[in-house]
Design a binder for this molecule. Structure first.
Ligand code: MV4
Length: 442
């Protein structure tokens, strides 16, 4: 088992990892930037090291400084959290070269899944349904045949992409060349890889993802799904588990396929398979090889601590939870609380002059802010996650409404009122919303 873990992250996820370490009896090292000297993750850790100036590039993304911090403090594991270096293959490799354990999958699995074409091929080979697509677009004839088969609209995506960059929807046959060329240029600029591929464009899908957990001995379990369709500009706003519209049969069918695919890969740790879901069909898009922001809703409905399990798996422990032990119970919703203007969505950094967070049965707040804390302008605007849990969805929504009303954050703008509006819409209440919800909201 690990003796000391360095947490290569900040904010609420750094606290989340700290808490898991403490419960496992593992010492913790926080890293921080100059802007984060008084951050809660620094105060809570056993040791802390400044790794650079305020910009993420020179601190939380500064691989040599982070490796040096781990070496100086004798850390035997590094947890990357999410974002920053969590899906950086080179970071995982360098850590292993220093005989420190990267708490995540093997670097080769980060690499494979970093290429969406390769990821889709692997899933396709393992009978996981994928979005119908065309990978080799060098032949105009192949493109024409593909369009004849699936019909317009289609979408161009970057092989190294994610988060919406290098994507173009094509509704008009005459736009194909322009769309491909501009997607290529954007992909080259963003990912230094201009490889793009085509997919049939699904118009009103949900975004549903399956959580998996694997140990290093080939045992894999699935932990149900999360419906993450409430998004804006590829940033998720609200996630829930289970999805209101998914039948037990469909859940079991897709979960079994995911489990088999992940087993055959020899994948280790936590992972998420992202799907579009339309007309009762799943279509695999990509796999995330990190712990995700929205992992708490899965923890609430399964009762399983995903971060502890992730750490145990990385230390080589055998999974002690069998698939039969995983019983989805009740309902959980997460609202991401952002420091941003409620209408313009422009980030709103600054000092929190008053702070009161909601509490009571079934309320969980994962946040690292406190009264008097100054939200820095250098990083993501998410300052916390409000998670509710109840026996059923309706009570879970009622709890969320109450908790949002109770949440007081003064001195900066937040999206708390926006969440209040969203959860009261008939679309959200029915559960029958899709990925277009936010673009038609107001
Ligand atoms: C799609 C799609 C429809 N059809 N692919 C957006 C981010 C990237 N991970 C994939 N995305 C999409 N891919 C096909 N074939 C629609 C989206 C999409 C989307 C997906 C999930 C959640 C929100 C979204 C918002 C806009 C577009």
């Amino acid at each position: 088992m690990f003796k000391k873990i360095l947490i290569a992250n900040r904010g609420e996820i750094a606290l989340r990892i700290l808490r898991a370490c403490r419960e496992l009896g593992i010492k913790t090292v926080a890293i921080h930037s100059e802007a984060d000297e008084s951050a809660m993750h620094v105060r809570m850790a056993d040791e802390s090291i400044c790794v650079g100036p305020s910009s993420a590039q020179s601190s939380y993304l500064n691989i040599p400084a982070i490796i040096t911090a781990a070496t100086l403090t004798n850390a035997d594991g590094i947890h990357p959290g999410y974002g920053f270096l969590s899906e950086n293959q080179r970071f995982a490799e360098i850590i292993e070269e220093h005989n420190i354990k990267f708490i995540g999958p093997h670097s080769s699995h980060i690499k494979i899944m970093g290429n969406k074409i390769d990821a889709k091929k692997i899933m396709d080979d393992n009978n996981v349904p994928t979005v119908p697509g065309l990978n080799d677009i060098s032949n105009k004839k192949d493109i024409d045949n593909f369009i004849n088969k699936v019909q317009l609209p289609i979408i161009v995506k970057a092989a190294s992409g994610g988060g919406g960059k290098g994507m173009r929807v094509i509704t008009d046959y005459d736009d194909i060349n322009n769309a491909i060329n501009s997607a290529k240029a954007e992909a080259k600029k963003s990912f230094n890889d201009d490889k793009v591929y085509l997919e049939k464009f699904l118009i009103t899908p949900k975004h549903i993802e399956i959580q998996i957990l694997a140990d290093s001995q080939g045992n894999v379990i699935t932990l149900g799904e999360r419906d993450c369709s409430i998004q804006r500009k590829h940033q998720k706003l609200i996630e829930e588990s289970p999805s209101e519209i998914l039948s037990n049969e469909k859940r079991e069918e897709i979960s079994l396929l995911c489990k088999k695919a992940v087993s055959s890969l020899g994948y280790e740790g936590v992972g998420t398979l992202e799907f579009l879901y339309e007309n009762n069909n799943f279509y695999f898009m990509e796999m995330n090889t990190r712990l995700q922001v929205e992992h708490p809703v899965t923890e609430m409905v399964t009762g399983i601590d995903l971060v502890k399990q992730q750490i145990l798996a990385a230390s080589g422990e055998k999974l002690t939870i069998s698939q039969r032990d995983v019983q989805l119970k009740g309902h959980s919703i997460e609202c991401r609380i952002n420091a941003e203007h409620p209408e313009s969505f422009i980030p709103s950094p600054g000092k929190i002059t008053q702070y009161h967070q909601p509490g009571g049965l079934g309320i969980r707040v994962d946040s690292a802010v406190y009264q008097g804390y100054s939200v820095p302008s250098h990083y993501d605007s998410m300052i916390g996650k409000l998670i509710t849990y109840a026996d059923n969805r309706q009570e879970c929504i009622a709890k969320m409404k109450r908790a949002l009303e109770e949440y007081i954050i003064m001195g900066i703008n937040t999206n708390i009122q926006l969440h209040q509006k969203i959860i009261m819409t008939k679309e959200f209440q029915s559960g029958k919303y899709d990925i277009n919800f936010m673009s038609t909201f107001n």
